[in-house]
Design a protein around this ligand. Structure first.
Ligand code: NAD
Length: 264
C-alpha cells in the first residue's frame, strides 16, 4: 500500500486521542503516502491531537466545532489558503447526551434529538459541501456509522436514528457529487472501545456479545477500519460510491449463529 495515496491531501475530523477510529484511519492513510490535516474540537483536545499529528509529519492542526457554521467556514478558509485543493475528507464525529444513551429511545428529548442530528448527521453534509468545492480533480468522502442504524441495539437509541439519517445522506450526496467525480461512502464499524463508545450504556456487554456472535468470533480494531478506509478513499475504491461498508467481523449478517443446543 506504500504508494496508494502518494500526492493526495485530505482532512481528518474527529481525532480525540490514540483510541479514536480517526487515528486508525489517519495512520493507514499516512502509511500509504497521504498528506494529512487534522481538525479537533476545543482547546482541551489540542494537546492530545498536536503530538499525534506531528508523529505523522502533519503540522496542519486546526480547531473546528461542527455545531458552529462560522467555525466550519474558518476551517475551510484555512485549508483553502494552505492547500488550494484537496482530495479526501474523513468525518469521524458523533455526539449525543450520554444520559439518553441508556434507557428507552421513546424518552428522547427534543433538544437532544436536534443536537444529535446536528452534530452526527448535518455536520457531514456541511463539511462535504465545503470539501467538494476544493476537490477540483474529483475526490472521496468518508463517514463512520454503526449497525444501530439498521437494527435496534440496546441503548443506542437516538444515535441509531441519527446514523440511519447519516447513511441516507451518504446516498443523496453520492448522487449529488458523482458527476464531479466525488465519491461518498460510510464504514459501519464494529464496536471499538473509544471515548465516544464509553458513553453508551452496557458497552462492555455489547462488545462481549459481538465477540460471541460475530462470524469471526471477535471485535474489530482501529487498524482494520483504517485499512477499509484506505480502500474507500484511494483508487482501489474508484467505482464505489453511496455504499455503507460493514467492517464488523460479519456481525451484521447473523440472524442466529449455530450453537450446540439440546434437542428441541
Ligand atoms: P471518539 O470519541 O474518539 O471520536 C468522536 C469525535 O467526535 C471526537 O474527536 C470528538 O471531539 C468529536 N466531536 C464530537 N462533537 C463534536 C463537535 N461538535 N465538533 C467537532 N467534533 C466533535 O470516538 P470514535 O468511536 O472514534 O467515534 C468516531 C465515529 O465512529 C463516530 O461517528 C462514532 O459514532 C463512530 N462509530 C464508533 C463505533 C465504536 O464502537 N467506537 C462503532 C461504529 C461507529
Amino acid at each position: 500500500t506504500s504508494q496508494l495515496m502518494a500526492g493526495k491531501r485530505g482532512l481528518i475530523m474527529g481525532l480525540a486521542n490514540d483510541k479514536s477510529i480517526a487515528w486508525g484511519i489517519a495512520r493507514a492513510l499516512s502509511d500509504a503516502g497521504a498528506e494529512l490535516a487534522f481538525s479537533y474540537q476545543g482547546d482541551a483536545l489540542k494537546k492530545r491531537v498536536d503530538p499525534l499529528a506531528a508523529s505523522l509529519g502533519s503540522a496542519l492542526v486546526l480547531p473546528c466545532d461542527v455545531g458552529d457554521e462560522a467555525s466550519i467556514d474558518a476551517l475551510f478558509d484555512s485549508l483553502k489558503a494552505e492547500w488550494g485543493t484537496m482530495d479526501f475528507i474523513v468525518h469521524a464525529i458523533g455526539f449525543s447526551d450520554k444520559n439518553e444513551l441508556r434507557g428507552r429511545y421513546v424518552d428522547t428529548s427534543r433538544q437532544n434529538f436536534l443536537t444529535s442530528m446536528d452534530i452526527s448527521v448535518f455536520s457531514f453534509t456541511a463539511v462535504v459541501k465545503r470539501a467538494a468545492a476544493m476537490m477540483t480533480e474529483g475526490g472521496s468522502a468518508l463517514t463512520l456509522t454503526y449497525y444501530g442504524a439498521e437494527k435496534v441495539m440496546p441503548h443506542y437509541n437516538v444515535m441509531g436514528v441519527a446514523k440511519a439519517a447519516l447513511e441516507a445522506s451518504v446516498r443523496y450526496m453520492a448522487e449529488d457529487l458523482g458527476k464531479d467525480g466525488i465519491r461518498v461512502n460510510a464504514i459501519s464499524a464494529g464496536t471499538i472501545k473509544t471515548l465516544a463508545a464509553s458513553g453508551i450504556g452496557d458497552f462492555r456487554l455489547i462488545m462481549k456479545w459481538n465477540e460471541y456472535n460475530a462470524p469471526l468470533r471477535r471485535t474489530v480494531t482501529q487498524e482494520e477500519v483504517g485499512k477499509s478506509a484506505l480502500y474507500l478513499l484511494s483508487d482501489l475504491g474508484s467505482a464505489v460510491t453511496g455504499e455503507v461498508l460493514h467492517v464488523d467481523a460479519g456481525y451484521h449478517v447473523v440472524g442466529m449463529k449455530a450453537v450446540d443446543a439440546p434437542d428441541v
